[in-house]
Design a protein around this ligand. Structure first.
Ligand code: C2O
Ligand code: CU
Ligand code: CU
Length: 470
């Protein structure tokens, strides 16, 4: 008996490790090799770095950006010539705290001039980075401002008339996050790169040698044959079964997107251009024209599928691979922030902006942009109504209308109350052919600013005006 049980023990000692090894291998195989096979030809979504604040004082932030020529492998085995801020394509995310004093040095290492504009940021004209603040090749420019607006997802890009579309297409753009006491304390996903994900969507075309194929004709701009997200082609992103916040920027030059989930599920929209909405909105689709942003929260714990895709019409934008266990994630509050209405106690002035385009070129109030002409003079801190109309006409398109130096409110769209997704602060609104929007604007910063169509090719060809706040 003793001998027999000894033998059993020996057999068991050999067998147990064999079983464990077999189990580990099977698990490894299904998890990693299985997933890899399924995602063959796909690339893991790139998450941009957060730009380092060079000043240890929390009250003061100091940043450094530089434009450079670079290369990037979007297509396997081929290199694409690109432009980037501090890197190969696009730029880092810049994070500001509300009330912080910010200084940013922008060095231009290109052989052509550029500027750097903070889209959506309320700063005075001199620090806005518009066409007047050109940075020559080899020079640097220093922007200084105090952050004076609520938490929001904004962005930065060049603004030198005639070169904007090209410089952005090749890679010059990046995101700005403003944080404040509300965004810090709200029960929403806020772990950068984990459950709070930047999503910069851009259409691009490639030549057979791997370089960008950027084509503009009299008729307009052709849609790119690929969609990049954060500069990643055919991207996928691994998520756990939890709530994930997506900060989506339509960073395309000219294309509109209508984002939906491939399983038709609803998600929550929590913020638009200028910050949080008052209440989260249940949505099945979210439309963004160039320059617009939306923050949405997708609850992956509700899905049984292994993969859910973010799509827009026929375009696959981003595939989410759902992996792992159910994770605890925050309950999104019914009330996010208070969105106070812009006061109309001051004298109200009404201005009309008629947008008109024919293919690739367009005008505002019948005029092309002229650097030496001031189109409108606005009183500091006065509230105004801006009526924006798209007159339509031959070869007309819709236009994303953008105003610098302010976050405005949409009063009406075609005579009706705007849809709830336009109830928050905005800096860019889509005005389709035949539409009329009324905006309530108030300028809290002095200086020279732009209003323009955010189809970058339209802007470059003069669909822009300038106003001075004094
Ligand atoms: Cu996004 Cu005038 O700019
Ligand atoms: Cu802007
Ligand atoms: Cu336009």
């Amino acid at each position: 008996m003793k001998i027999k049980s000894d033998r059993y023990r020996k057999i068991l000692i050999v067998l147990i490790p064999v079983f464990i090894a077999g189990f580990v291998f099977a698990a490894y195989y299904t998890f990693f090799i299985g997933i890899n096979t399924r995602l063959e030809g796909k690339n893991e979504l790139k998450i941009p770095e957060i730009l380092e604040d060079l000043n240890p004082d929390p009250q003061i932030a100091e940043f450094k950006l530089e434009t450079r020529y670079s290369q990037m492998e979007f297509i396997e085995g081929k290199m694409t010539s690109t432009l980037g801020y501090n890197g190969s394509y696009l730029g880092p995310v810049i994070r500001f705290d509300k009330n912080q004093d910010v200084s940013i040095e922008v060095e231009n290492n290109l052989n052509e001039p550029t500027t750097l504009h903070w889209h959506g940021l309320e700063v005075d004209g001199e620090n806005d980075g518009g066409p007047m603040q050109g940075i020559s090749s080899g020079e640097a420019w220093n922007a200084k401002f105090t952050v004076n607006q609520p938490a929001a997802t904004l962005w930065y890009h060049p603004h030198l008339t005639g070169l904007v579309a090209d410089q952005v297409y090749y890679g010059l753009a990046g995101l700005i996050y403003i944080d404040d006491e509300f965004s810090d304390s709200l029960s929403i996903p806020k772990d950068y790169g984990i459950d709070d994900i930047p999503i910069v969507v851009q259409d691009r075309s490639f030549k057979s040698d791997g370089n960008f194929d950027y084509n503009v004709s009299m008729m307009g701009v052709d849609k790119g044959d690929q969609i990049l997200v954060n500069g990643t082609s055919d991207p996928y992103f691994m998520v756990k079964r939890e709530k994930i916040r997506l900060r989506i920027l339509n960073g395309s030059n000219a294309q509109n997107f209508n984002f939906v989930l491939s399983n038709g599920a609803e998600f929550m929209m929590i913020a638009s251009d200028g910050g949080f909405l008052e209440n989260p909105l249940e949505k099945e689709a979210i439309f963004l024209s160039p320059g617009e942003r939306a923050e949405i929260v997708v609850d992956f714990s509700e899905f049984n599928d292994k993969s859910v895709k973010l799509i827009s019409n026929d375009d696959l934008i981003l595939e989410f691979v759902i992996d792992g266990e159910l994770e605890k994630s925050p309950d999104i509050p019914e009330e996010l922030v208070e969105v106070s209405e812009i006061a109309d106690d001051e004298v109200l002035n009404t201005r009309i902006f008629e947008l008109q385009s024919m293919g690739i070129s367009g005008t505002i109030n019948g005029k092309y942009y002229d650097m030496d002409r001031i189109d409108e003079r606005v009183t500091l801190n006065a509230t105004e109504y801006w009526v924006v109309r798209n007159a339509g006409g031959m070869m007309a398109t819709g236009h994303p209308f953008h105003v610098h130096g302010t976050q405005f409110q949409v009063v009406s769209r075609n005579g009706e109350k705007p849809p709830p997704e336009e109830s928050g602060y905005k800096d860019t609104v889509y005005v389709d052919v035949g539409e009329e929007l009324v905006l309530k604007v108030r300028f809290k910063k002095e200086g020279l600013f732009m209003y323009h169509c955010h189809i970058l090719e339209h802007e470059d060809r003069g669909m822009m005006g300038q106003f001075v706040v004094e």
